[in-house]
Design a protein around this ligand. Structure first.
Ligand code: FRU
Length: 486
């Protein structure tokens, strides 16, 4: 079972992890916190786990940073939040959760809390006046009120909080403070009507908002999840921001795969925006589909949840959001294989002889030729009974991961997930794939990414195949590296 445990992606030594939290570079080192249940590999009362890295690749696990205080405003969970440098003092702002019974309905009271450190982020002291935002704005009936994200403008702190207003729709609420302790509610930074579906479904409530700029463009990221969501996903809006008003140009899906959620972004000392997301397990669910939070397979494995690789976000000259794996990941590359000029003919197999594996980095550049679609299969069994297909459909301008045949395990999530990606007339397809046991991350032409979890059943499902349909295509080059843990 632990053959599914990723080798070079970040995850705690054991137990449950969900959202990444509070990433910050401090004295040159990257600190990463995350939602963690120390009791077992299932969702429980969230604590903050903590790890540190000199290079985004090698992580050292550190003691828990935050744990619930009995009787306190976070008695039932230290939920997601962020980390900032408040004039030399490392500070966390997070959501405290307390379970409450309102007319027989169990729910969580959500308030915003602070903690600070005086020993370079190792131990944290909660602010004695917590919560610093004790309630949602008066007059608004909110469905949730959580996951603060902070930034500073001209010495003043601003905070957005994920929310949804009953009868109105999902929203991000904007606050202001001089000192991180006293907060004034300003207005929604961005909201949509409940159940909006154009251009994509954005639900009733948003979680884990992130707000930052790439040059003159502002980026807002939100997690879309509520009781009606079939699976949760991440949306982003590019736009302009002035006078505390965000004017989005549109809204689109970030990460076109099914298993990416609750990302957090940071600006590092080099000025790069680096983003990590949580990739939950995608198996063990029975009818009803919610068993990803707790199921016998996860309990037997002893762990659940993994973070994606660090991604660098940029604004491209064409105005699109660029996304690429951090170049630091090159340090993980082992044995290199390179093949060039492979002609792909329709519907025949091009199973690579030279390399097999479940921990690989693959970069393939494909001239589309007359093919209507082409791509890669990974984790193929020798006779192709099992495989996971990464396919670009040239005709439709669509990229997807198809895991209909990724496993014989009846409890795994199947289906085909993807989204629009239109290549230029002469633009080759550039696939960059990271395979790490049960997680697949795909970056396509520097402007799309997909994350999915797969659990092949056969130990010999280790092959790589190249495919073209409807015509011929040419793989100009394919570079493959064996990747081992740091
Ligand atoms: C997102 C989320 C956050 C919340 C945290 C609790 O996955 O639901 O909104 O703060 O997880 O673990």
């Amino acid at each position: 079972m632990n053959d599914d445990r990723p080798q070079y992606h970040f995850l705690p030594p054991a137990n449950w992890m969900n959202d990444p939290n509070g990433v910050i570079q401090w004295k040159g080192h990257y600190h990463l916190f995350y939602q963690y249940n120390p009791v077992g590999p299932f969702w429980g009362t969230p604590h903050w786990g903590h790890a540190v890295s000199p290079d985004l690749v090698r992580w050292t696990h550190l003691p828990l940073a935050l744990m619930p205080t009995p009787g306190g405003p976070d008695a039932d969970g230290c939920w997601s939040g962020c980390a900032v440098d408040n004039d030399g003092r490392p500070t966390l702002m997070y959501t405290g959760a307390v379970m409450v019974d309102t007319d027989g309905q169990l729910g969580y009271r959500q308030t915003q809390c602070l903690a600070t450190s005086t020993d370079d982020l190792l131990t944290w002291q909660k602010y004695s006046g917590n919560p610093v935002i004790p309630m949602s704005p008066p007059g608004l009936e909110v469905l949730g009120f959580r996951d603060p994200c902070l930034w500073q403008e001209d010495g003043v702190w601003y905070c957005i909080i994920g929310s949804g207003i009953r009868g109105e729709g999902p929203t991000v609420l904007l606050y202001r403070s001089e000192n991180l302790v006293q907060w004034e509610y300003l207005k929604p930074l961005f909201s949509r009507d409940a159940h909006s579906i154009d251009p994509l479904w954005t639900g009733l409530m948003w979680e884990c908002p992130q707000f930052f700029c790439l040059g003159d463009t502002s980026v807002l990221i939100v997690g879309v999840a509520d009781a009606e969501a079939p699976r949760f996903y991440t949306a982003y809006a590019l736009g302009s921001y002035a006078d505390h008003t965000f004017i989005p140009d549109g809204i689109a899906r970030f990460d076109l795969g099914a298993d990416f959620y609750a990302p957090i972004a940071m600006r590092d000392e080099r000025g790069r925006i680096i983003l990590w997301g949580w990739s939950p397990e995608a198996r063990g669910a029975g009818p009803g589909g919610t068993a990803w939070r707790d199921n016998p397979i996860q309990r037997a494995a002893g762990w659940a949840g993994v973070l994606t690789l660090p991604r660098i976000l940029t604004l491209r000259p064409d105005g699109l959001l660029g996304v690429a794996p951090a170049p630091e990941l090159h340090a993980l590359r082992g044995t290199h294989h390179r093949l060039t000029n492979i002609d792909l003919t329709p519907d025949s197999s091009h199973l690579l002889e030279v390399v097999r594996g479940d921990c690989l980095e693959i970069i393939a550049t494909v001239e589309l030729g007359t093919a209507t679609s082409c791509g890669l299969k990974v984790r193929c069994s020798p006779q192709d009974e099992e495989h996971t297909l990464i396919l670009y459909d040239h005709t439709a301008g669509h990229v997807c991961i198809d895991r209909e045949r990724s496993s014989f395990d009846p409890t795994v999530v199947r289906g085909i997930d993807g989204g629009a990606l239109v290549l230029g007339p002469e633009e080759p397809l550039a696939l960059h794939v990271f395979l790490d046991r049960s997680i697949v991350e795909v970056y396509v032409n520097g402007r799309a990414c997909l994350t999915e979890r797969i659990y092949p059943s056969r130990p010999d499902s280790l092959g790589i195949d190249l495919v073209a349909h409807g015509g011929r295509a040419t793989v100009l080059s394919v570079d493959i590296w064996d990747v081992s843990g740091p």
